[in-house]
Design a protein around this ligand. Structure first.
Ligand code: GDP
Ligand code: ZN
Length: 448
């Protein structure tokens, strides 16, 4: 892509908004080297840290700092890249960007540096998406999974599957050329066996990608239950903070409190709702209305009841849980139970938010609800809904191919195999799809 006539040189502030010790302005494109020379007053040697004054049009210093040149193609974008590390003051950084624009650069769109890395073959599409996921990862487990995608763990599994499909396609298309011969003399059984293997591999990859998607997207969980059962206490115990207000008065939590917590890489948006009950004043009724609205789009409800009288709690909230895909019943205040109390039903948890007893079990359950069964092998990697959808499409095409093969309809089988192969290409970007690219990179932050 760099061979194209006019590639712009782009510039952006790469560090987050606000003040900080250091602020970084990044340039990429064919003019960045010459531009940096004008800005710093001297040429930059690749991969050398130069202490430089960044000069304005009048030759006065806007700031001083470190200038680095990464020469094409060994740079993040594959183009000449210059990094200017100055003081972390937005006023100075903006002046620096304005100066770069005056010297011929233009402001980068969100994600444009990574888009160029993709267009120049430094990353495939799944890896480029993993860059954004790495930046957005809310905890170390999610970050590690994004790291694995960025390192190509996911892409390599797609690549291996695509290679297998190529081999099957070659075999199938060769057989088409001898269509008068019976399929079994053309290795039909072998073809079917290879196709079966590919279907099994694809199913495994689909399951792993779906876990990766959940790891990235998390799960919207809502805590519900009657007043005073310990919902706020449970939220605090999960969040490890003191965000929600805990009191002895029924109906205290009138507003919704949101807290994002991470449980072994699973992101949970916890919404502590006003206690659901029939009566209450206008403000409480508003709280209950909002609680029900939250439940309408929750992936999981954590329904809290008092361990001493779970059936009363169940009766109070059961009706509101009708549309929620998954409900985890938690019997709280286990510490107040008399010794020898019968255990809760299977799949329900008994714990004490106050003492912390049983919280480990809740963590484990939340993790498995978000992630499903943990996969072995190279470890979890992040994936997106887009990837899962493409894999599901590929799987459907392989099913079609298998039926066509069973019916000795080789043309149809070959067509389905080609479609499956193309679906895999959508994930790594081995197909040209400008609309797709714009959609993906526009969601990045500026400067990446
Ligand atoms: P919410 O109205 O459901 O949010 O309940 P809160 O979290 O505000 O708790 C209500 C009361 O129950 C407070 O006095 C808490 O200290 C108390 N509480 C919460 N969890 C426990 C627990 O596990 N054991 C005991 N003994 N008390 C608890
Ligand atoms: Zn509360």
């Amino acid at each position: 892509a760099t061979a194209e006539a006019a590639v712009d040189t782009i510039v952006a502030i790469a560090t987050p908004p606000g003040t900080g010790g250091i602020g970084i302005v990044r340039l990429s494109g064919p003019a960045s080297r010459a531009l940096a020379q004008s800005l710093c007053g001297h040429a930059l040697r690749p991969r050398h840290a130069h202490h430089a004054r960044f000069l304005d049009a009048a030759g006065e210093a806007i700031d001083d700092g470190i200038a680095l040149l990464f020469a094409a193609p060994a740079s993040y974008t594959g183009e000449d890249v210059v990094e200017l590390q100055g003081h972390g003051n937005p006023v100075l950084l903006q002046a620096l960007v304005a100066r770069c624009c005056a010297l011929g650069a233009r402001m980068a769109r969100p994600g444009e540096f990574t888009e160029r890395a993709f267009l120049n073959g430094r990353l495939d599409l799944a890896q480029a998406e993993a860059v954004a996921d790495l930046i957005a990862a809310g905890d170390l487990t999610a970050a590690r999974a994004a790291r694995r995608s960025l390192d190509g763990v996911f892409s390599r599994r797609i690549g291996a599957l695509a290679d297998a499909l190529v081999a099957i396609r070659v075999h199938a298309e060769a057989a088409i050329d001898f269509a008068d011969e019976p399929l079994d003399t053309l290795g039909g059984a072998q073809l079917a066996a290879r196709l079966d293997d590919a279907r099994v591999d694809l199913a495994g990859l689909l399951a792993a990608a779906d876990r990766g998607r959940r790891l990235r997207d998390g799960l919207h969980a809502v805590i519900v239950g009657p007043p005073n059962v310990g919902k706020s206490s449970l939220l605090n115990a999960l969040a490890g903070g003191e965000r929600a207000i805990v009191t002895d008065v029924a109906g205290t939590t009138r507003d919704l409190l949101r807290e994002t917590v991470h449980v072994d890489g699973a992101e949970l948006t916890l919404v502590d709702t006003a206690g659901l009950r029939a009566e209450g004043d206008a403000i409480e009724r508003e709280g209950m209305r909002r609680a029900r609205a939250e439940l309408a789009h929750a992936g999981l409800a954590i329904a809290v009841v008092d361990a001493r009288d779970p059936e009363a709690g169940r009766a109070a909230v059961a009706r509101d849980l009708a549309g929620v895909p998954r409900v985890l019943w938690v019997h709280n205040k286990a510490d107040l139970l008399p010794p020898g109390a019968p255990p809760p039903p299977e799949d329900e948890l008994r714990l004490s938010a106050a003492s912390g007893a049983g919280m480990d079990g809740l963590h484990a359950r939340l993790r498995s609800l978000v992630m499903g069964d943990p996969g072995g092998g190279e470890g979890e990697f992040t994936a997106r809904a887009r990837h899962v959808e493409a894999l599901a499409r590929a799987a459907a095409h392989l099913e079609d191919a298998a039926s066509a093969l069973a019916a000795e309809a080789l043309d149809l089988a070959a067509e389905s195999l080609r479609a499956a192969h193309r679906a895999l290409g959508d994930i790594t970007g081995q197909v040209d799809a400008d609309a797709l690219l714009g959609h993906i990179f526009s969601r990045f932050c500026i400067g990446k």
